[in-house]
Structures are given as structure tokens and as C-alpha cells.
Design a protein around this ligand. Sequence first.
Ligand code: SF4
Length: 214
Amino acid sequence: MSITISDIKQFVYCPRVIYYNYVEPVPRKTTFKMEYARSQHYELNQKEKRRKLRRYDLLEGKRFYGVTVSSETLNLSGKVDILIDTENKTGQRYFPIECKDTDQKIHKNILFQLSAYAMCIEEMTKTPVKKGFIYIIPEQKAYPIMITDAQKQYIRKMVSMIKKIIDDEHYSEPRSKKRCRDCEFKRYCNDCDLPNFQTIKERNMTLIKELFGK
Ligand code: SF4
């Protein structure tokens, strides 16, 4: 069973998403957030083609866009936004760059996504990939990210956990119910009538009562 790097990102967000992707597929709604991210990605790629590599603190190299990378060992594949080939004969030659439209902090799922790209590139090119970048579109800034052995080990673990969910048709517990609020699958999860939602509702109602009188 082959899985995608996007599955890893989603697994970190909530393992139950894997169930909806593979075991019992459900219709997916394209949210405004997703549409916006897509348009930002497209715009970035157009602009990025005209920019210099200095932005990444790399002196020279060729840029490739939307490169498919894969690992036979892990049965894993994905598409990295930008791959830089520095053509260095020593040290690291290839640098993966993942672009994000978030204006929030860089979350773990994005870090693991980058690590998974790095592992695929290492296997494909037989060269070490110890560093990559996350490019934050609203800031127009690239953040260097070190790819550690611990992250790689965790990727291997996640890949086997994802395969287990699929093989055993396991309906996992939510990673964190706080995430359900912004999740595109929330209408399919019956346990999302969350205490924190209830708290918010009650707090809002108290506010309304205070403002308008009982
Ligand atoms: S709604 Fe919550 S439990 Fe369901 S998939 Fe999304 S995050 Fe997981």
C-alpha cells in the first residue's frame, strides 16, 4: 500500500482523517481556506520564478517546481513545491522548500512534511538532505529547518501507523478536539459536539444577556 506525504501531514493533524481518506471515503468540501491556499501557491510559483536564490541563503542552483519525490523503502510519495539543485559536489546538494500561506507559527505537521520530502530525496539521489526551508508566503520569508534523525525515525513510525489504520480499518480517536472546529470532516465526526464549543456558546450567551438584558 502506497501512501502520500500529504497523509503524514494529515495524520499529524488528526489520525482519523486517514480513515476518511482510505477506509470510508467521504465527499470533500473545498473550503475557502483551501481555495485561497491554492491561489496563493500558484501566484507564488509565478513570482518565485523571477526571484533570486539569495532569498534562501543559497548562492546558486537550479530551481524545479512541483517535483514528485518518492521512497520505495517507505512506500511513500509526494510533490515538493520547490527543489533547489545547488550542484554541490560535497555536502548537501538538494534543498526542498515547502511554501505555506499561513501567517501563524510553523506547525509540526509542516515540519514532518518537509522531513518526509528530505527522506525521499535522500533515497532517490543517494545524497544527504539535512536542511530544507519553509517559505511563509504572507511574510515572503524562508525559514531554514534542520532535518534531524529523530524526525526521520518518527516519520517511519507514522508511516507504519498510517498503514495499520488502513489495514485494520481503525477509526482513531481525535488527536485534539480543539482541531475539530476548523476541520473539513467535522460534519462526519459524531464526537465533535465539544465541551470547548459548549463553553464558547455559554460565554457568548452570557455576553449577549449582559448586552441586551435578560
Ligand atoms: S472533525 Fe475532529 S475528530 Fe474528525 S477528523 Fe477532524 S479533527 Fe479529527
